[in-house]
Ligand binder design. Structure first.
Ligand code: HAM
Length: 488
């Protein structure tokens, strides 16, 4: 922020006169505000000190608001250590599965030009119309916090002309996305996705491979009620016929549609099939099915997909209403739905987007992919097995300065060899050190007090069985490693 136009705040002296200082508040000068807050705090802390109101024209009400505690933004959540441990284990399993299917990681910026999302996701989608976090930066560029990753992965593939060396690429990327939706369980404004994309393969087997990979990952994570829903949205050759048939069908039912669907009728009538408003669902119950309008190529693509899923024994549901909320899809769309999350039933969604490369100015290269909602997946996995917070393998309860000085190098050596060991850096009683070890969930505690130092032998207590074994203090690190099963 520029300080142009900011009058320097003058804070004179350290005593009560600091409160009487000539504080000039200027909205453009953050330093001034900081000093005002500081003075206000001083005045509150010392009875009798007086704060002179700022010389500006407005009363300084910000002082009061700024002192209240700051909370996170609505729809943005913290992932605290217990949950983060679960996220790490899900991510580890996911990267193993993705690696086995031949996907390599790509890491991309969180901020992109707004035009990228407007052109790919579609101007008339909910995401682009009302959910993006878009702003103009200092040089006047219109930028957006990515609401999804697919457009950015395609942008990178085109920008670096990766297709020129080898058009067939399999990428995955994991990270935060931003959509200003109405927050509720399973729906956040900052959420995380695991994205997988296959470029350069038009075959339905690529779509099937994505579904198999999703099913495999969910199985490994213990998600038992995941059901794939599949559909075909046709292609630019056959979809216009369906669109016309749908509009004819809707013409007689206009008055039963919600305001959003009336608008969608002009911009994106297929989305009406996906509307969750009960009146709209009822009005479109007998709408024509897209599958009846597929051209020969799209029909064959969808048949091969179903045949391959059948051959693999993967149960799926054909869902004619699965149109998805992004405009770039053609042919296959799919979602993995579960009953675990109530209204937010889709834990993953994706499909084929053969036209997107061209829309973004690249060559005509087919593509298909999916994104898993990481937050939703973590909630389902946590509900299945609970969040287990691991504790240190050993806690060193060193009593007194001499024991602390002796034990600290052992702690450092254990930590540096990859063993989670912990101790208190304060001289506390054995009782409070044991309490701390219990709170951390330590598996074992090494106790060293005056007697143990004199005998040059510590006591290693198992926190579950309460059994104690002697540990020579001259070889403490080696012996601890042996007892912890970490010396192999
Ligand atoms: P999407 O269906 O918009 O597709 O999002 C994929 C998944 O992200 C959803 O199934 C859901 O689990 C999760 N998700 C979406 N919005 C939220 C939210 N507000 N809070 C929590 N989780 C959410 C896409 O994003 C496409 N880019 C997928 C794709 C990749 N298609 C082809 N390649």
């Amino acid at each position: 922020m520029s300080n142009a136009g900011c009058r320097q705040p003058a804070r004179r002296g350290k005593g009560p006169e600091a409160c009487d200082a000539d504080i000039q508040v200027d909205d453009r000068c953050p330093d001034t505000i900081e000093i005002t807050i500081f003075v206000a705090a001083l005045c509150r802390a010392r009875p009798g000190w007086r704060r002179v109101p700022p010389l500006g024209t407005k009363p300084d009400t910000r002082t009061v608001t700024a002192m209240t505690s700051i909370r996170s933004i609505k729809g943005f959540k913290d992932i605290l250590p217990g949950e983060a441990a679960l996220w790490q284990s899900i991510e580890k399993t996911a990267t193993e599965v993705l690696g086995a299917f031949g996907f390599r990681e790509i890491r991309l910026p969180i901020l992109e030009k707004t035009e990228l999302f407007a052109r790919s996701i579609g101007e008339a989608t909910d995401i682009v119309e009302k959910e993006m976090y878009t702003f103009t930066d200092r040089s006047g560029d219109l930028l957006t916090l990515r609401p999804e990753a697919t457009a950015a992965v395609v942008r990178a593939y085109l920008q670096h002309k990766i297709y020129a060396q080898d058009p067939v690429q399999k990428y995955y990327t994991i990270g935060p996305m931003f959509r200003r939706e109405r927050p509720q369980k399973g729906r956040y404004r900052q959420f995380y996705q695991i994205n997988a994309e296959i470029f350069g393969v038009g075959s339905p087997y690529a779509d099937v491979q994505l579904i198999v990979m999703l099913v495999d990952l969910l199985e490994r994570l213990g998600v038992t009620d995941a059901q794939p829903h599949v559909n075909s949205l046709g292609c630019p050759a056959c979809r216009p016929d369906f669109r016309r048939a749908l509009l004819d069908f809707l013409a007689a039912r206009e008055e039963r549609l919600c305001a959003d669907c009336l608008r969608r009728r002009e911009t994106n009538p297929l989305r009406i099939l996906d509307c969750k408003v009960p009146g709209c669902r009822e009005a479109t119950r007998d709408a024509p099915a897209l599958s009846r309008f597929l051209c020969a190529e799209c029909r064959s693509h969808f048949d091969i997909l179903q045949g391959a899923l059948d051959a693999l024994g993967i149960a799926y549901l054909i869902d004619n209403r699965l149109v998805r909320g992004l405009d770039y899809y053609s042919r296959t769309t799919f979602e993995i739905q579960t009953s675990a999350l109530g209204a937010q039933s889709a834990v993953a969604g994706g499909g084929r987007y053969d036209g997107l490369m061209k829309t973004l100015g690249g060559p005509d290269i087919p593509a298909t992919g999916f994104a898993i909602g990481f937050d939703r997946l973590a909630e389902i996995v946590a509900a299945g097995k609970g969040t287990e917070i691991p504790g240190p393998l050993v806690f060193i309860a060193a009593l007194g300065a001499e024991a602390q000085a002796r034990a600290f190098p052992w702690l450092a050596a254990l930590n540096r060899s990859g063993i989670w060991a912990d101790m208190l850096f304060e001289d506390k009683s054995l009782k409070s050190q044991m309490k701390r070890a219990g709170k951390l969930g330590a598996r074992k505690v090494l106790i060293i007090g005056e007697n143990e130092l004199a005998a040059n032998t510590g006591q290693l207590r198992d926190m579950t069985t309460r059994e104690q074994v002697p540990v020579s203090l001259d070889r403490a690190v080696e012996e601890l490693r042996r007892h912890l099963g970490a010396d192999g």
